[in-house]
Write a new protein. Sequence first.
Length: 438
Amino acid sequence: MSTLKEKLYEKIEQHRPRTEKLLKKHSDVVVDQITIGQIIGGMRGVKSLVTDISYLDPNEGIRYRGYTLPEVFKKLPKAKGGEMPMVEGLIFLLLTGDIPTESEVAEVADELSKRRILPRYVYEVIDSFPCCSHPMTIFSSAIMTLQRESFFTKKYSAGISKMEYWDPTYEDALNLLAKLPEIGSYIYAKLYRDGKRIQSDPSRDFGGNFAHMMGIKPPYDDVARLHFIIHADHESGNVSAHTGHLVASSLADVYLSISAMINGLAGPLHGLANQEVLRWLQGVYDKMDGKIPSEEEMRQFVWDTLNSGQVIPGYGHAVLRKTDPRYSVQREFSLKHLKDDPLFKYVDLLYKVVPPILQEQGKAKNPWPNLDAQTGVIQWHYGVTEYDFYTVLFGIGRAIGITANIVWDRALGYPLERPKSLTTEMLEKVAKEQSAKK
């Protein structure tokens, strides 16, 4: 048994009594109250899910296993010759809650390398799609096709104790994660490179191998590591995360659950923000005839945009009340590697002028930039100019966090999700009764 799996088993055994105690002794404790606005408004803010993998702090941004993003980038072992941590280290952290040593990360990298080989039938499924197919459709289908390899499905059919569900789920999770760089890069080759595939290099780490298969030279390997780490998880209430949890709660295996997660991520209100920001930035660039404006000129452009009833894409967040740390990490990288890129200069100017303007306007709860404000700009700079593929990159990263969540869902025996619905008439009756009491 690998070090990662042994440590995960120890953590599971330590954690199970905590969940059991909460259920047996404190099931009736009231945590929150729900309003009609929350019921109709997509359950926003309703505290009804549990995950120990990540937490979105309004003031510090995403925390992975209690660690802030700056702490994660500082503490996780870095790739040899690279600036960014290895993705394998994040996988270890999310599964166990512990910062891994260099040797533990190397062991996870070796484990994934052994599992990376993609069955021939998956290539055939990808090749069968028409050339105009959306990459997310192909991505979801390729993942679902792998379902025939599921250890969990085989073990469940043969009969397995509920206490052991996490074990084959863990095996499925690592098997799938190991194959995602190959699936994503092969889809890219099929759609945008005339099918010219670059063979996987087993000596490289997760992010480095993906960059290699994409045919992009360093520091794109660090871009890949950075991108996958900052997209890995964002609590369990966003559409992709919740979809993965929900489908897995039926005891659907990792492949079916992550395929469903990818479908949720493909929706325009969830995974497309980064390309929308890039499209808007390029529109601004064209309006300026490619000239780098002064701060005053950019300030005037922002005011004109807001006064026309439009928003500034990439600014604001439903939960955060400060600059998104995921944006900050990208900004630091860009200041070092993209400082002369025209589009990044626009991003840099917007970062300086937009927050004060939004504060003055007084409509935005959070005037600061979020993750998507420059994600697409970095990809564009390194030659990944196909907008539709950006969500595939998002999906590879997000699968890391959701598979960790699913493993722990099975380890702690979380049940089938089944919230109760009300009719509109029932809500109207409640509203009328409450109004009468005032």
